[in-house]
Design a protein around this ligand. Sequence first.
Ligand code: HMG
Ligand code: MG
Length: 308
Amino acid sequence: MSKVPSLPAQVKIVEVGPRDGLQNEKEIIPVEVKVELINRLTAAGFPNIEAASFVSPKWVPQMATSSAVMQQIQRKSGVIYSALVPNMQGLEAALAAQADEVVIFGAASEAFSQKNINCSIAESIERFREVAKLAKAAHLRLRGSISCSFGCPYQGEIKPDAVADVVARMQDLGCDEIDIADTIGVGTARQVQTVFDKVSRQFPIDQLAGHFHDTYGQALANIYAALEVGVSIYHSSVAGLGGCPYAKGATGNVATEDVLYLMQGLGIHTGIDLQMVVDAGQFISQHLGRKAVSRAGNAIAARHVAQS
Ligand code: HMG
Ligand code: MG
């Protein structure tokens, strides 16, 4: 029998629902609902919550209330509340809102970079240079996110070399953590291992994160594949909320409840209370007027109703 690879004993789950999950919602969600969602997620035990995005309100109207949200949430000491920033204007807003971590977001695809942030990959890196310098000077954590690491809605195939090239540039900017993102959920398990193998030759594997959207239903398999090669940071979205406004047809991130259920079954420690996440998922789904897109979340919620 071949040797079974050992998996990490614990993982960090970054909850991205309040940002990636909600940014694509057409109806503007009241600040108090966003605040309650984040407070529930904080109480559930996440070490890191992506809470805000300081981008142009013309590009992503739903995120225009980010300052108010950051001001009103109840913060728990030690929890990292992150915010996306595409440029200096975004960084200034993130500093004023006392974000703990800022996320510069680029892409491994030229076409996606243009659609999402209106500039080439090279221009984005130049734009991020000053952002990164000032973020570091202000003692903020700096994270880099690389969209379309497994495929692009406009360009199609993306070579692992293209991902590795952007990882190197983000490493050079001083990123503490780098997200390898499957924006449109097209990646499959072996491809995930190939890409992480490649990029972890230049950036430490324990500072790389898997950010998987679940459009093709591959996200859990991809997480398992990434666990096998030692990745220990994963992004997920409560109730499977989300989709990128600049990637038509892309669905939400993998649902947090499903990821937690998987981790529980594997005996991998997360420090997060699954039932509280299920309740948070039901809360936001009720507000949005639709069923949560989480298989485990809905099953657990149904079991709870049946037992009460
Ligand atoms: P631009 O139009 O080239 O920017 O957009 P500009 O510098 O020419 O400014 C134009 C206007 O935007 C000006 O206002 C600026 O003040 C304003 P005006 O004078 O016309 O009234 N502006 C801003 N306002 C607020 N905050 C700012 C800001 N910057 C400029 N920070 C820009 C360039 C990058 C701003 C724009 O393209 C943008 O905001 N893009 C964001 C797109 C976005 O948020 N996409 C979703 C997040 S990424 C994602 O979801 C992927 C991820 O999940 C990983 C994955 O799954 O792939 C992370
Ligand atoms: Mg995303």
